[in-house]
Design a protein around this ligand. Structure first.
Ligand SMILES: *[C@@H]1O[C@H](CO)[C@@H](O)[C@H](O)[C@H]1NC(C)=O
Length: 432
């Protein structure tokens, strides 16, 4: 009896700490690859992490070795975690693959994904500001939509979990486990918001694997091509934190990246908004927001002019917990046309603020003793509609982007405050 107890205790302890957690996919930027990233709470000495994959559940015939990075949460306890990364290669577009990750110590469940077929329309769910505790309703709907195969990628434009580093990172663990039912099945692309600046963006750097074409290979700014689109993610927190050197390096990289871009559509994303109708504080005119747009000569190169020059089509951001779609704008001036639901050959980037994916059905878990700020939702009465605004909504939800081909893309807002997932803001952007 004592022996049995002893053994079951030993097994439990060993299994739970070496157990595979937080499995999620991401794009490397190469069409025939898929990256998988996972985490263990314990190190795996003398074993090699790997992914097994194949065309059927019982035929995981291919293997790719992974690489492990041990990293410390730099909160007060400095808890160590182990991130494992592996890249599946030579994948066929449109093919469904099954996969399982781990090591000789423990393996994950078997997940699956469809390797993106970039000759088909691209469907993406895009949002910022999703919390584990307040956002459960939206997470549930994203999981349901993923099961119905509604999108090919998910992009999270900063502010994850609230916060990834809270409670020595266990809030981040909870969040990453909660989203596994979608993030292990479609690529989940992320970058930093103001809630990720802790310890030099530690959790964004160490928990994820984004395309490796930025300057620092640290997940903070990157780009990738998908079909007709060139996606670019920028780190607006370099401006907010007044990191002049990094700001300049990001700018120089962006200049080159835009110059080399040959895709028909260019979509740029960053966390802090430039234009919005929010009544709170000074709308989107906090000094930090204006800094990244306008810049300060020689210290903080402003981004708006460069993005406009290179004819960026669409700019998405979050930070304010609401949804708002705007006209094409340059230098605070809106270019209005006859139909707010359809714009052809826009003379400047169209803007969408999509940081309203939190949920009103908020049940705080028992272990949370206080709530941080920045979690409130804004309803339409919080808006003072600006001249550049087309539509502001008080519902909770995410932006659904479809890129059909070289001439047509559409966006819409999916309401997650109601389980029907209603589409509330259809918009067509066309170009010759
Ligand atoms: C692009 O897609 C749109 C929307 O489905 C369609 O109306 C249009 O004819 C397509 N254009 C081309 C060039 O295929």
């Amino acid at each position: 009896m004592i022996l049995r107890l002893f053994f079951s205790f030993l097994c439990l302890g060993a299994a739970s700490a070496k157990q595979v957690e937080q499995v999620h996919l991401s794009l490397s930027g190469n069409q025939d690859e898929m990256v998988v990233t996972w985490l263990t709470q314990d190190p795996l000495p003398n074993v090699i992490p790997f992914v097994s994959f194949g065309l059927t559940q019982n035929g995981l015939t291919f293997t790719a070795k992974g690489v492990t990075t041990g990293w410390a949460d730099q909160g007060k306890h400095g808890v160590m975690r182990y991130t494992h990364r592996a890249t599946m290669q030579k994948l066929t577009p449109g093919q469904v693959y099954y996969y399982q990750v781990g090591s000789s110590a423990a393996m994950s469940d078997i997940f699956h994904f469809r390797q993106p077929d970039q000759s088909q329309p691209l469907r993406a769910a895009i949002f910022g500001d999703l919390s584990i505790y307040k956002g459960q309703q939206s997470i549930d709907q994203l999981i349901a939509a993923r099961k119905e195969n509604q999108f090919d990628i998910i992009i999270h434009i900063g502010d994850l979990a609230y916060d990834l580093h809270d409670q020595s990172g266990s809030t981040g663990d909870d969040y990453m486990n909660a989203i596994e039912p979608f993030a292990a099945y479609v690529p989940y692309m992320v970058f930093a918001g103001n809630h990720e600046v802790d310890s030099k963006f530690n959790h964004i750097v160490n928990r994820f694997t984004m395309p490796k074409n930025g300057v620092y290979d640290n997940n903070l700014f990157w780009s990738f091509d998908y079909g007709f689109v060139h996606f670019i993610a920028l780190n607006s927190e370099y401006y907010a934190e007044e990191m002049s050197k990094e700001t300049k390096e990001q700018y120089n990289w962006l200049e080159q990246d835009l110059a080399q871009n040959s895709k028909k559509w260019t979509i740029v994303m960053f966390h802090r908004p430039w234009y919005c109708s929010s009544k709170k504080k000074k709308g989107c005119h906090d000094d930090q927001d204006v800094l990244s747009r306008e810049g300060v000569k020689n210290e903080f190169p402003g981004l708006e002019e460069l993005l406009n020059q290179h004819k960026v089509d669409l700019i998405l951001y979050g930070h304010k917990h609401t949804y708002e779609r705007m006209w094409p704008i340059f230098d605070t001036k809106a270019f209005k046309s006859a139909d707010p639901g359809y714009i052809k050959n826009a003379p400047a980037p169209v803007y969408i603020l999509t940081g309203g994916v939190v949920s009103k059905l908020f049940k705080p878990p028992i272990k949370m003793t206080f709530l941080q700020g920045c979690h409130s939702h804004e309803d339409p009465s919080d808006h003072i509609m600006q001249d550049f605004s087309v539509k502001a909504l008080g519902e909770y939800g995410y932006t659904f982007l479809t890129v059909y081909n070289s001439t047509h893309l559409t966006t819409d807002f999916v309401d997650t405050s109601d389980t029907n997932g209603k589409f509330l803001d259809p918009f067509v952007l066309e170009k010759d």
